[in-house]
Write a protein that binds this ligand. Structure first.
Ligand code: 13P
Ligand code: SF4
Length: 304
């Protein structure tokens, strides 16, 4: 089947099943093309609160599907590939949270949305890379445990010096593997280009950047900038939106290896089969939904 036929089939299935398709910027271009909403984690979480369809098909990884389910317990949430899971989402321990809660009376557990529903259940507030700084600054708590990402956590810690921010040891392997050597080589090859990074990268990489922010932040920065060349330090799925919005600007990967294998598991064929057979439903117990909803809601209600 060529893509045109697949697109038509997906359109028919969406109507038949009363479904909406959400996709993260890191999935393949053709999957972004068939989605009703494409965005960063924060945008997609917001969109998920206002859906009027019975079925949400989430083209992303498990924690995104879980958040959509937590925010929409009465809807059917499908993931085209149930094995599309973010390793970092699992990189924090409930035991450690309990230990720190016992040590600090006022501890706030700040949970990056790239985390399992179980970790969210034990957290006080969720954040994404686009609102973490504002939310951490606004918290009344002096002691903060930031989970699971040590790099985003460290980025916030550097900027919020009046709080005791305790870091966890999780990381995103896609961003962590970006090296200083490859960034310096890209800068040498494109001396006029600005370097834009995601704060999931290591500090020595973020320190080389002209801008650090979420995927949507990177896209907005490049789109609004007067400059014409950019080196991109995040998963290369963002290139699709960057190039669509800015056909006359040049975008260079800081490294060709910035590919998330789990995001890339989502294909048009799997979208079709998931909708056709209503398969790979995200299911969570009422208790998990109830407890994990509170920190997500707190993030969504935050007014910066
Ligand atoms: P954002 O969508 O918040 O930029 O997050 C990046 C990411 O790693 C999603 O998996
Ligand atoms: Fe997880 Fe990194 Fe992939 Fe995002 S890019 S889903 S944080 S492994």
């Amino acid at each position: 089947m060529i893509n045109r036929e697949k697109f038509e089939k997906i359109k028919r299935l969406k109507e038949e099943k009363d479904a909406v398709i959400l996709a993260h910027y890191y999935v393949d271009d053709d999957v972004q093309e068939i989605a009703d909403y494409v965005g960063d984690s924060f945008y997609l979480a917001k969109v998920a609160t206002g859906i009027d369809k019975k079925v949400i098909l989430f083209c992303g990884v498990m924690f995104m599907g879980e958040s959509a389910k937590i925010l929409n317990p009465d809807k059917t949430v499908l993931l085209p590939d149930a094995t599309a899971d973010c390793p970092m989402a699992h990189m924090a321990q409930v035991e450690k949270i309990k230990e720190l809660r016992a040590k600090y009376d006022d501890l706030a557990v700040v949970c990056y949305v790239n985390s399992t529903a179980e970790l969210k259940m034990h957290s006080d507030v969720c954040v994404t890379s686009s609102n973490a700084l504002e939310i951490v600054k606004a918290l009344p708590n002096k002691n903060i445990f930031f989970i699971p990402d040590q790099n985003l956590g460290g980025y916030i810690k550097d900027k919020v010096t009046d709080k005791n921010i305790i870091l966890n040891d999780g990381y995103c392997h896609v961003h962590k593997e970006l090296t200083k050597e490859s960034v310096l080589a890209a800068k040498a090859a494109h001396p006029d280009a600005l370097f834009l990074v995601h704060p999931e990268c290591r500090k020595e990489i973020v320190d080389l950047a002209d801008y650090a922010g979420s995927t949507a932040g990177i896209i907005d920065f490049a789109t609004n900038s007067e400059e014409r060349e950019f080196i991109i330090g995040t998963e290369l799925g963002v290139m699709f939106e960057l190039k669509s919005k800015n056909p006359y600007k040049q975008f260079y990967p800081a490294n060709e290896m910035q590919i998330c294998p789990n995001m890339k598991k989502i294909t048009l064929d799997k979208v079709i089969s998931s909708l056709e057979n209503m398969e790979h439903e995200v299911t969570l117990t009422d208790e998990v939904i109830d407890k994990a909803n509170a920190p997500l809601k707190r993030m969504l209600e935050f007014k910066g």
